[in-house]
Structure formats: C-alpha cells, structure tokens
Ligand binder design. Structure first.
Ligand SMILES: C[S@@+](CC[C@H](N)C(=O)[O-])C[C@H]1O[C@@H](n2cnc3c(N)ncnc32)[C@H](O)[C@@H]1O
Length: 254
C-alpha cells in the first residue's frame, strides 16, 4: 500500500498567515518531517510522529519522507514560507528523480504558502508591483560568481530583486558585496526594504536607499527587496513611507 506525501508551506511564521489548506493537511498527517525550527511551529498532536532534522539536510529529509509515504503513511514535510521558493518542494523532486522507481507510485501534493518576499512586500506597499525576481545569496549550492552574474543581469534588465538567505555566520561579507555590485547599475536612490522575521514577534522592517544600505543590517531571518530604477517611495507624515513599483514601463529609447 502506498501513502501520500504533502509538501506544505507554513508561511512566514504567523499562524494568521498559515493557509487553512496547509493547516488541515498538517493536522491530518500521521508523520511530520521538517527542519526542527519549522516543525516547532506545528502544535503537537497525539498519535502524530515528528521527525525533525537539521538545516542543510534537505535531501536526506526528502528521502526519509518518501520512504515513509512509500510504506503507506500519510506524510507531511513542512517548509517555511512557500515550499517551492528555496524550500523543500525542489528537494523532494530531486529525491524522486534519483530515487527508486517505487517512489513514483507515491501520491505527492504541493501546498503553497505565503513566501517571505510577499510578506515583506505587503508591509511596505507594492514593491513587487511589476516584473521581479528572487535570488538566494547562499553559495551552498551554486558558486558565488553565478550569484554576482545573476544580480547584475537582473538589475540591468530592470527587475526588482528579492534577496533570500542574505548572510550567514560562514559568509557575513556577501550582502555588502551584493550591494556594491548593484550600486554599479542602479541609482543611489533606489529603495531597499529590509524585512526581518516578518509575521513573528521580533519582526523589524527598515526602508532605506541603495546608497545607504549596509551589508551588516541583515541576518538569516531577513528578506531584502531591492527596487528597480522605477521603484518609488511615497513619504507620509507620521507614518512609514510606501514603497511601490509602478505597473508600467516606458518603451526603451532606441
Ligand atoms: C531557505 S529560505 C526559505 C524561503 C521560504 N521557502 C519562503 O518562501 O519564504 C530562508 C530565507 O527566507 C527568508 N525568510 C524566511 N522567513 C522569513 C521571514 N519571516 N521574514 C523575512 N525573511 C524570511 C530569509 O531570507 C531566509 O534566509
């Protein structure tokens, strides 16, 4: 008998931003797999087995979850935010792609969640209101030179850029390097939004301009939105400015 594996997005960390669909699937699962701090967000339920694992063990976690589902369990594997955005969805597909053919009989479902960039954007207005992309600054799974090339290409092409995994203890220098590359392409006045732990009790939002953005203003719980040359700020007396990217772009001059 084969079971079912659901790859579930828990949202940015606030139970109000957990979708009813994700909540129902996680509640009904017989076995839960996930990075420990994400699993800690899920209330304990009698009879439900929990299998926490460490950061950077995505493939191992995916394989364990697929094995349990192949043995007939109803399994949920949880991700923060959306599982398809630098989360467990791709790891499960990689494991399926290279794993035993019997895993292909497992019913697999992907359940979306509110990704960090959407939660940060919503705090300040509409910075993702026109074309945008998301880039992880982590060089665990790709070389740093590729990160720099993609940053420069995205900024030059006019995309707003959401930066995930901006720093870690092992690589505290990368965000500053990213800002200096972007300063060679974008205006000094380009709005930059730092959203830390959005939706959680220790949430912090800061808005600045690219010329003043500092690489040491973020940690691993921060998602940063760097505007395009068209992104604007609306100052408002007594409240935070709004940051938005207008919906249209002028035709390039030949
Ligand atoms: C491994 S990625 C997971 C992204 C997740 N799947 C998503 O869709 O948001 C982890 C990165 O997401 C961002 N992140 C996750 N939760 C966040 C939150 N509540 N506030 C701000 N950034 C967050 C940070 O950049 C963090 O380093």
């Amino acid at each position: 008998m084969t079971g079912r594996l659901s790859v579930v997005g828990l949202g940015p960390g606030n139970s109000h931003q957990l979708t009813p669909e994700a909540d129902a699937i996680v509640s009904a699962a017989g076995a839960l797999f996930g990075y420990g701090p994400y699993l800690d967000r899920v209330p304990e339920r009698a009879g439900q087995r929990r299998h926490p694992s460490d950061n950077r063990q995505e493939l191992y976690r995916a394989e364990q979850a697929l094995n349990a589902a192949a043995e007939g369990e109803t399994v949920a594997i949880v991700s923060g935010g959306d599982p398809g955005v630098f989360g467990m969805a791709a790891a499960v597909c990689e494991a399926l792609d290279r794993g035993p053919t019997s895993w292909r009989n497992v019913e697999v479902a992907f359940v979306p969640g509110v990704s960090a960039m959407l939660a940060v954007a919503a705090r300040v207005g509409a910075p993702l209101g026109h074309d945008f992309c998301a880039i992880s600054l982590s060089d665990n799974l790709k070389p740093w030179e590729v990160v720099e090339q993609r940053l420069e290409a995205a900024a030059a092409a006019g995309f707003v850029i959401a930066l995930y995994n901006p720093v870690s203890r092992a690589r505290p220098w990368q965000l500053e390097r990213a800002f200096s590359r972007l300063r060679t392409i974008l205006p000094d006045t380009t709005p930059v939004v730092f959203g830390r732990a959005v939706g959680r009790q220790d949430e912090r939002i800061a808005i600045t301009q690219l010329s003043a953005a500092q690489g040491n203003s973020a940690d691993m719980a921060t998602c940063i939105i760097v505007g395009s040359a068209e992104t604007r700020m609306i100052e408002r007396p007594g409240s935070c400015p709004l940051v938005y990217t207008p919906r249209g772009t002028a035709r390039p001059t030949a």
